[in-house]
Design a protein around this ligand. Structure first.
Ligand code: ADP
Ligand code: MG
Length: 429
């Protein structure tokens, strides 16, 4: 069934799995071709770009046959129409993750978000152009996609084009080479909304600036909506022609700042939800405290934690999160060995190393042994096997059980909890 295939895909490629995969429907499975229907065309695009290979693999391994998976929309009316510039037609190049619904609003981006919503609801009538700026990874592209997404939903007939400034420039250069400049010009001057991401790319490209200037004027004069983003304020884009800079300031210029701690927590939770993950508040707080400047890195942290949870087959909790992210922060710092950890634990409980490695099951030995396993897991990059090897050649399931047991016990046992905190500090210092 499709359900099984999706589960398999999740195993094969957890990073690209999304909660909305649950909304996919099996249309037909015939002659080695499996057609899967998606509620929206942006999802089709996402799946083609990110998940084709893992869907094929999953379908093949579950059916035992050579299967090719095809994705299509369930609503035929939502398909992008064939036209000269489908390449930039927003309906077929939007990322389904980047909607307004999935955007967390905080003090850092409130104005930018509100103006994007206003523009999406009344294109050409509120702020024109709308210029968003901020450092990399703060949500500019996300908001631009959100605008297009809303516009296509509420005005399916309107022509919305979204492209990066680099694509604009490359297409322009290509049209000069191919002698198709007129066609290029009419493509962009006949849209209802033109969204151009990362206009800083125009710096020092005089020919393209000129072309962009004319496109801008043509659209502006016919009251078409223009939305732009850049990495700095228009006035700070030194190598841009003054006439272009001044036009960028005609409408609304909205800055996006780095998110505050509270916003980062909310974003982590949103991203987890999007992937169908459940994470507790303390894990979200932990990630938000660790990653500050760039939201893409928040997502990277979540991916690392999720990946570890899957290989370890355990729940996402604070211990796991610490472990997953410590791998990263350990880089460049002193690498702690299993022996270091065991030595500290043995001294603390006043037991001999040989006792920890022995078969003894007495509580006075087995507790320090289990604590060693738990702390070695938490503070080193060692595998369960390696840890077991240092502690009398125990196998990985024993180590895993010990780690789980200590984790559970310390929740209810205040004294043990304190011991472990103390030991963690000693190990970390
Ligand atoms: P930029 O274009 O400014 O470099 P992006 O729009 O590509 O940044 O954002 C980087 C990542 O951070 C994207 O995955 C985006 O979804 C996410 N992101 C940024 N801001 C927010 C927000 N306020 N809420 C949810 N996700 C966000
Ligand atoms: Mg961007």
């Amino acid at each position: 069934s499709l359900y099984e295939i999706i589960n398999k895909v999740k195993d094969l490629d957890p990073e690209s799995h999304r909660k909305w995969f649950d909304e996919l429907k099996l249309i037909t499975f015939d002659g080695g071709v499996m057609q899967i229907g998606c509620p929206e065309s942006s999802m089709v695009q996402y799946l083609i770009n990110n998940s084709s290979a893992s869907f094929n693999k999953a379908a093949q391994s579950l059916t035992g046959h050579l299967v090719t998976v095809e994705f299509m929309t369930l609503e035929p009316g939502f398909m992008p129409q064939a036209s000269g510039f489908d390449d930039h037609d927003a309906s077929c190049r939007l990322n389904p993750d980047l909607t307004f619904d999935n955007f967390v609003v905080g003090p850092c981006n409130r104005l930018a978000h509100a103006s994007c919503v206003a523009v999406a609801n009344n294109p050409g009538e509120t702020y024109n152009p709308l210029f968003l700026y901020g450092k990399v990874g703060l949500g500019k592209t996300h908001l631009l996609h959100g605008i297009c997404y809303e516009m296509i939903k509420s005005h399916p007939a309107s022509k919305v084009s979204i492209l990066t400034c680099e694509e604009f420039v490359n297409n322009f250069i290509k049209s000069i080479k191919d002698g198709t400049v007129t066609k290029f010009q009419s493509q962009f001057r006949n849209v209802d909304t033109l969204v151009i991401d990362d206009v800083q790319f125009l710096r020092e490209r005089e020919g393209s600036q000129e072309e962009f200037f004319h496109t801008f004027n043509a659209l502006y004069e016919s009251k078409k909506q223009i939305v732009l983003s850049g990495d700095s304020a228009p006035g700070e884009m030194k190598q841009l022609e003054e006439r272009l800079v001044s036009r960028f300031k005609w409408g609304l210029v909205a800055r996006i700042d780095p998110p505050t701690y509270e916003t980062r927590i909310a974003i982590v939770q949103k991203k987890a939800q999007l992937r169908g993950l459940v994470i507790s508040e303390d894990v979200a707080e932990f990630i938000a405290r660790r990653v500050k400047a760039n939201i893409r890195e928040l997502e990277g942290a979540l991916t690392m934690i999720y990946a570890l949870a899957r290989t370890e087959q355990c729940e996402i909790d604070l211990d796991l999160a610490t472990m997953a992210l410590s791998v990263e922060s350990d880089q460049g710092t002193r690498q702690l060995s299993i022996s270091d950890v065991i030595k500290i634990v043995a001294e603390y409980y006043n037991v001999k190393l040989t006792d920890l490695q022995s078969k003894s099951r007495s509580q006075s030995i087995s507790l320090p042994r289990q604590v060693s396993m738990y702390l070695a897991r938490k503070h080193t990059r060692s595998s369960l096997e390696e840890i077991g090897g240092h502690l009398g050649g125990r196998d990985h399931t024993t180590v895993m059980h010990a780690c789980n047991k200590i984790k559970m016990c310390k929740e209810n046992d205040e004294e043990l909890n304190l011991q472990i905190q103390k030991l963690s500090e000693m190990i970390a210092s």
